[in-house]
Design a binder for this molecule. Structure first.
Ligand SMILES: [Zn+2]
Length: 268
């Protein structure tokens, strides 16, 4: 009798899963038509199930001696793993910080060498910006990055071509549906926190910075980080990292990425 019940339960679960898959693949096919880039990599199994909706904190433009250490310390204290899109020139200037980001279990992506606006570049300049950054990151960390984020979110046909050749997934964008200000506009700690909490939804990559324009903001703006992490945790969110995947993310403007449970963590 138990065996029959188990069989019935398994069959029910299987047909429900098939239905969900069918709906999902129809939705994905629709999204895929709008997306520019094929996948550069396939997802691999994750270590543990998510404990709640997954949100990825992403930090761009670093590393910087002013703020990267602070961000890393907050993340370590809170047990949160994040994704850092590094600017090649800053990585070359501060390899110790790049190694620390790696050693503390965070994901590192390519964010160009000098943070240009790609549509304004020639094909050769485009190639140089992307390949030079991957070379620097590979030399410092021993691992080639697999993710790329467009500076200013601005893509070009040449960028997409080079990303494909370099097997980089991207450009990784972000979730930003509200008209709230980003951290680089120096709105202050309370408003950056409000931005994060407003944009946080399952699979959202949240755009933040540990260098660039944010270095000109009043230093107490950075109080947003521990407060936002605590509130997200209280609301049931789990923290993931950006990963390449084989389907465009409707949550993150069609980027071919997902937010996945980290396979390593702070101190791992
Ligand atoms: Zn940037």
């Amino acid at each position: 009798m138990l065996a029959v019940l188990l069989l019935f339960a398994a069959a029910t679960a299987a047909s429900a899963a098939m239905f969900v898959d069918a709906v999902r693949s129809r939705e994905e096919a629709e999204v895929r038509q709008a997306a520019a880039l094929p996948p550069a990599a396939v997802p691999v199994a994750v270590q543990r199930p998510a404990t709640g909706p997954l949100v990825a904190l992403t930090f761009d433009d670093g590393p910087s001696p002013q703020r990267t250490g602070y961000v890393l310390e907050v993340l370590r204290q809170k047990g949160v793993t994040a994704t850092f899109f590094l600017q090649g020139s800053n990585a070359a200037a501060h390899p110790d910080l790049v190694r620390r980001i790696r050693d503390e279990g965070h994901v590192i992506g390519n964010h160009s060498y000098t943070h240009p606006t790609f549509p304004e570049l020639t094909r050769e300049q485009t190639r140089e910006e992307i390949t030079r950054t991957s070379q620097v990151l590979t030399e410092i960390t021993g691992t080639a990055p697999s993710l790329f984020r467009y500076p200013h979110g601005a893509s070009s046909a040449a960028t997409d071509e080079v990303l494909k050749e370099e097997k980089l997934s991207g450009g990784v964008l972000w979730h930003w549906d509200s008209n709230l200000q980003g951290d680089f506009e120096c709105p202050g700690a309370a408003r950056v926190q409000e931005f994060i909490l407003t944009e946080a939804t399952d699979q959202a990559a949240i755009l933040l910075h540990d260098a660039g324009d944010t270095l000109d903001c009043p230093v107490d703006q950075w109080d947003y980080l521990p407060a936002a992490i605590d509130t997200l945790t209280a609301r049931g969110f789990d923290f993931g990292v950006v990963e390449a995947t084989d389907r465009p993310s409707a949550v993150n403007q069609g980027s071919w990425v997902c937010v996945a449970v980290p396979r390593t963590g702070p101190g791992a």
